[in-house]
Ligand binder design. Structure first.
Ligand code: HEC
Length: 326
């Protein structure tokens, strides 16, 4: 008997303790959920102030879009004179520039403006030599550590594939380049209000404010900060900030996919061929089955002659007020 009471007691208290746990958890869940909905969590500055990329279109957009070599050359000029002091393009060899309309000789001259690491053949020591067309566009820094050391501990990423590996693609790149602003100008709130609402919205030391950058402040100073920063070789084009940003973005789109034009041309040719082949296939189907169809004559009740006879018989029967079956 004593054994039984002990056993029940253990069971009963065990179950009670479990129930209390469940109850406490349920209460906690309900209060958390109600407060989540009645008083939703504040969104941080990087959500509230972040802007979606501007809507800008490029000559190369869409199935029928093709690269505009004049624009790509201007973009390359912006890259050379502005961006290349911090960013390399390790997947673009100088000879690839022939694709955007430079001649082999021009490419040689262009390449020779860069220096790449080499070995001195006499002494075996590390040295630098002028680049040749087969070299890739080098990073200005010996390695990532050196790059970070020069840029407030942020590494300027390689730009060869940047148009493909950032959300928003080319639109994002363009917006980033033209989107630098004073953190306190361009938002509705006045500075004190803004700082109270979003502490730390202003860039820290060595950072710059840009609402298109995911966390609003980045270590790259506005690279295209004024109109007329460079003089285009093609003097008919005005080097405004927007123009330079658009041109260098177009160049980065090309760098990330230099064969897009060939791919689109091949795709269109294939589609036209397939459409033509479909028409041919349909015509030959008609041709091949033309005889065969005529030869397949239905027999029995489905024979058109029989059917016509039956219809006639029915009509006749109806006229004489009698029903005929089948
Ligand atoms: C003074 C050096 C410097 C120059 C010049 C410069 N950049 Fe940068 N860039 C940086 C640094 C540093 C970063 C990394 C910023 C960070 O992550 O905070 C960066 C980052 C970027 C990014 C990546 C942004 C992202 O989403 O992560 C792009 C794109 C870019 N730069 C494009 C350009 C272009 C185009 C030019 C020329 C018009 C240029 N940069 C000129 C230093 C520079």
């Amino acid at each position: 008997m004593g054994e039984l009471i002990k056993f029940l007691g253990v069971r009963f208290f065990g179950a009670m303790i479990g129930l209390v746990f469940i109850l406490v958890l349920a209460i906690a869940m309900i209060t958390d959920l109600t407060s989540y909905f009645s008083d939703p969590p504040e969104k941080g500055a990087e959500y509230a102030l972040h802007k979606e990329p501007l809507d800008i279109s490029f000559a190369s957009d869409g199935v029928f879009g093709r690269y505009d070599n004049a624009q790509l050359q201007r973009g390359f000029q912006v890259y050379t004179e502005v961006c290349s002091s911090c960013h390399g393009m390790e997947y673009v060899a100088f000879r690839n520039l022939e694709d955007i309309g430079y001649t082999a000789d021009q490419v040689k001259v262009i390449a020779s403006r860069w220096q790449v690491p080499a070995i001195n053949e006499q002494t075996g020591e590390a040295t630098l030599r002028d680049a040749v067309p087969t070299d890739r566009i080098p990073s200005p820094y010996a390695n990532e550590v050196a790059g970070r050391a020069a840029n407030n501990n942020a590494y300027p990423p390689d730009l060869s594939l940047i148009a493909k590996n950032r959300e928003g693609g080319a639109q994002y790149l363009y917006s980033l380049l033209v989107g630098y602003q004073d953190p306190y100008i361009g938002y509705d709130e006045d500075p004190a209000e803004l700082e109270a609402k979003y502490p730390g919205v202003a860039p820290g030391p060595g950072l710059y404010h840009n609402p298109y950058f995911p966390n609003l402040n980045l270590a790259m100073p506005s690279p295209i900060s004024v109109d007329g920063l460079i003089t285009y070789t093609d003097e008919t084009v005005e080097p405004t900030k927007e123009q330079m940003a658009e041109d260098v973005t177009a160049f980065l789109i090309w760098a990330a996919e230099p064969k897009a034009d060939t791919r689109k041309n091949a795709g269109l040719a294939v589609l036209i061929f397939l459409a033509f082949a479909t028409v041919l296939a349909y015509l030959s189907y008609r041709q091949i089955w033309a005889d065969a169809k005529r030869k397949v004559a239905p027999k029995g009740p489905l024979d058109p002659e029989h059917m016509a006879e039956r219809e006639e018989a029915k009509d006749e029967a109806a006229e004489h007020g009698r029903g005929v079956k089948g």
